[in-house]
Design a binder for this molecule. Structure first.
Ligand SMILES: *Cc1c(COP(=O)(O)O)cnc(C)c1O
Length: 361
């Protein structure tokens, strides 16, 4: 068996220990005689799995009691609809558009209300986070929306926008659990787990109690009502049961590591290795303004498409895979999520040094 260093943006690398435990428990989960995949979501054993996962997540993020945790399906994309459907009361929301995912959410929300784009970084191909300290927040806005870590462009909000008292909604798909988060600063957080937490198919929503409503329009599908899922502890219908189990194992892994402050330290260290190299390289360069850089996704280019192609190909032959950048940025992108070991980043930088020597004319 050979494991590669997988820099995929998502679905992405998971901790080896977690995969090994899942393998050990594949045929017989803790004496149940069956796989978690084969188990009724109404069974006592599964109830314990989902309850433990929630309790561990609450502990990791220090989630206050007045916030509900929901394990849902439909990806981040379904939240682009669920958020406006559930949260619009006045019918107005303010969106900060810092990349493709935020733009998609912004466009989707327009089906449901008056949606304002109050800031954007599209003038420079989303290579920075705009100053959001004093935006023109709409008086009657029901919420302010951000995509906190822009997976494609490699930018991150290091300072949250000043929402002037409005509730903040954040798509945290690609930075969820990468660092401690003060949940009380948000009305709602959502994250698709396939970036930093687990297998595709699970969507985690953390929502403050008072935003969960009963008076939604009659056309609203039951499955899109946060209230339905909150009232049923994410067991209204069959949840993505196996995926939640893997998320639970990742939560345990994070706790064992020492929690999210320790995780952040490691992530910062990993990102620094890569960015320090990029800042001193004569061949490669990062595409993002320094103070907006993500510690999860790092896009970079040589400035020569042919050379980029050659790099991606040769890296792959050296066990460094999925380094191709998103088509809208070009070049390369290294996603260095929680589960990417520091050795993976070191191996990447070592290979980049070698490639630079060989190809710099
Ligand atoms: C990947 C990603 C999405 C899309 O997730 P799906 O699960 O494919 O719907 C949305 N937002 C962010 C920040 C992402 O990284």
């Amino acid at each position: 068996m050979t494991r590669v260093y997988n820099f995929s943006a998502g679905p992405a690398v998971l901790p080896v220990e977690v995969l090994e435990q899942a393998a050990r428990e594949m045929l017989d989960y803790q004496g149940s005689g069956m796989s978690v995949m084969e188990m009724s979501h109404r069974s006592k054993t599964y109830d314990n799995i989902i309850k433990t996962a929630e309790a561990d997540l609450r502990e990791l993020l220090n989630i206050p009691q007045n916030y509900k945790v929901l394990f849902l399906q439909g990806g981040a994309h379904l939240q682009f609809s669920a958020v406006p459907i559930n949260l619009l009361k006045n019918g107005v929301a303010d969106y900060i558009v810092t990349g493709q995912w935020a733009r998609k959410a912004y466009i989707e929300a327009q089906k449901y209300g008056k949606i304002n784009k109050i800031a954007t970084s599209e003038d420079k191909n989303f290579s920075y986070i705009p100053d959001c300290s004093n935006l023109d927040i709409s008086k009657d806005a029901d919420y302010v929306y951000i995509c906190e870590n822009n997976t494609i462009y490699g930018t991150k909000f290091w300072t949250l926008p000043n929402t002037k008292g409005k509730d903040l909604v954040s798509d945290m798909s690609s930075c969820f659990l990468s660092e401690p988060t003060d949940v009380t600063k948000y009305g709602l957080i959502f994250a698709g787990v396939q970036k930093n937490v687990g297998p595709a198919g699970v969507q985690i929503v953390i929502i403050r109690d008072d935003l969960i409503r009963d008076d939604l329009p009659s056309w609203c599908p039951e499955m899109l009502k946060y209230k339905i899922h909150a009232d049923n502890n994410s067991l209204y219908n069959t949840p993505p049961a196996y995926g939640i189990y893997i998320c639970g194992l990742v939560f345990k892994w994070l706790k064992k590591l020492g929690g999210l402050s320790v995780m952040k330290e490691i992530n910062v260290k990993k990102a620094k290795i890569l960015y320090d190299f990029l800042d001193n390289s004569k061949l490669f360069k990062g595409t993002v303004e320094k103070n907006s850089r993500s510690i999860m996704n790092a896009p970079f280019i040589t400035g020569n498409d042919e050379l980029d192609k050659k790099f991606i190909e040769e890296a792959k032959n050296n066990g460094l895979v999925q380094l191709k950048g998103h088509r809208t940025v070009g070049g390369m992108r290294a996603s260095i999520y929680n589960a990417m070991p520091i050795e993976g980043v070191e191996a990447l930088v070592k290979f980049m040094e070698k490639f630079e020597k060989e190809n710099l004319k």
